[in-house]
Design a protein around this ligand. Structure first.
Ligand SMILES: [Zn+2]
Length: 465
């Protein structure tokens, strides 16, 4: 197996980049406990982060406007000289998730220490996603400090509640829309990993993904009513039995398995590298064999979420505290991730037909359709791919989708190319363990390489030649 560093290229670009200073600033950013807790949020931690940004990037502060939107979201505008060019927007989020209670001592270095040790920057937010917030700031400040003149207006936009309510990004997008802004492209957090493509039948190839869309999301609450009573007289069954039956019917009525347009694109991009059967033969005609490819992927745990609307019963409430007492009113929540091309409305119709029982009440606690799919035939995608290939040589960048949620879809109202891709590369193991988990850390070398990629992309996309 190769290591991610084996793919790093052009690390001698921008030789005067202040890597040590950049690492120090990211470390200080991690020390700000920017956790969104709704009404109970500690604003002081966000203010500390804003102060750090203001004092750390003098060239950016001199050449750009700095606005706080909503509670703590930030919009930094670098004005471009050519009004004919549509602006672009580099985004991610300032907030981080809390440390799971009871796991504080499992961390090698305290979660909010921002320790720099063993070649890594450690702490909550190192991967999700203060690296991209500060990496974007480093890149813009570097360019302005070197006298770059921006032709294209460039926005740096950092929400404050991506992990919770997503109001910040929505407010920034609405603010720009009200000014009549439309964007050439948006770059948000994304895959940020280099991994072996064995799951795709290409064990000799290493890939990274550019997510073009995100699946839809729905929490559907099911409720049943019952007076309860003595369990020796369960005429008509109990509410627990009734609710369980509804859940079982949903789980046993899966959604169609199919290769969505984004995944058709992914397999076309990967086809030349696929050496293992059955995919090797199937991808010779991706369109013609789409159903067979989808059926195969459906059985691969890592690819399964990309093949269908997924069904995950997650919560059940109201069960009886005593073995001989029947439960009264009960409810459950089933979480769905909705496939590209399907809708919340279709989901509800499918679930109602599966349950076939009007006495089970259903309501969405939260839901949204899948995002739009970003264009890949335009300027933004081409510039991003060219940049990523320059700094991560030999990695195949394939279009894909995220099964989770990001803030990028809020910008769909003003942009048809919302791309999710992080140039701060980590290993699949570090990502799985650290993101929302324990020992979140980013290699110093990955951080500096990501900044180079952002300087290159900003130069290519936004600066006068
Ligand atoms: Zn994130």
């Amino acid at each position: 197996m190769k290591h991610i560093f084996d793919f790093f290229a052009n690390e001698t670009d921008y030789p005067d980049l202040d890597s040590a200073g950049a690492v120090e600033r990211l470390s200080r950013a991690i020390q700000c406990r920017t956790i969104d807790r709704g009404e109970d949020t500690d604003s002081g931690e966000f203010e500390k982060l804003h102060a750090l940004i203001r004092e750390s990037y003098p060239a950016l502060m001199a050449g750009a406007t700095f606005e706080v939107i909503g509670r703590h979201s930030l919009l930094i505008t670098i004005p471009g000289s050519d009004p004919a060019l549509r602006p672009c927007l580099f985004m991610s989020h300032q907030d981080v998730v809390p440390v799971v209670a009871g796991t504080e001592d499992d961390w090698t270095h305290d979660a909010f220490s921002g320790a720099v040790a063993d070649g890594y920057i450690w702490g909550r937010g190192a991967l999700d996603i203060k690296d991209q917030v500060f990496g974007v700031l480093e890149a813009a400040d570097y360019l302005l400090a070197h006298g770059a003149s921006f032709a294209r207006t460039t926005y740096l936009a950092f929400g404050d509640d991506e992990e919770t309510l997503n109001k910040g990004a929505r407010a920034i997008a609405a603010h720009l829309q009200s000014q009549g802004v439309t964007l050439e492209f948006v770059l948000d957090e994304g895959f940020g990993k280099i991994e072996n493509a064995a799951n795709y039948g290409a064990p000799d190839t290493y890939i990274s993904l550019v997510d073009l869309m995100e699946k839809g999301y729905a929490d559907l609450e099911l409720s049943v009513k019952s007076a309860g009573g003595h369990s020796s007289r369960p005429f008509g069954g109990t509410s627990l039995g009734h609710l369980s039956q509804a859940i079982a019917r949903i789980v046993e009525s899966p959604f169609p398995v199919k290769l969505t347009p984004v995944m058709v694109g992914a397999f076309k991009a990967l086809a030349p590298y696929i050496t293992e059967e059955p995919l090797k033969t199937l991808v010779q005609d991706v369109d013609g064999n789409a159903d067979a490819i989808a059926a195969y992927c459906h059985g691969v745990p890592a690819l399964f979420p990309y093949t269908c609307t997924t069904i995950a019963p997650t919560v059940i409430r109201g069960s009886s505290a005593a073995c001989n007492v029947m439960p009264q009113d009960m409810s459950a929540v089933v979480n769905f991730r909705i496939a590209e091309g399907e809708t919340v409305e279709e989901l509800l119709a499918h679930v109602k037909a599966a349950v076939g029982d009007d006495t089970v009440d259903m309501r969405f606690l939260q839901c949204n359709d899948p995002s739009a799919t970003a264009r890949t035939d335009g300027y933004g995608y081409a510039k991003l791919l060219e940049t990523m290939q320059r700094y991560f040589e030999g990695v195949v960048f394939a279009p894909s989708q995220t099964a989770g949620a990001t803030d990028a879809h809020h910008y769909e109202i003003i942009c048809d190319t919302c791309l999710r891709c992080s140039p701060f590369m980590t290993t699949p193991e570090d990502s799985a363990r650290g993101v929302h988990g324990t020992d979140e850390r980013l290699a110093v070398r990955s951080y500096v390489q990501g900044i180079r990629a952002l300087i290159h992309l900003m130069t290519a996309a936004c600066v006068h030649p």
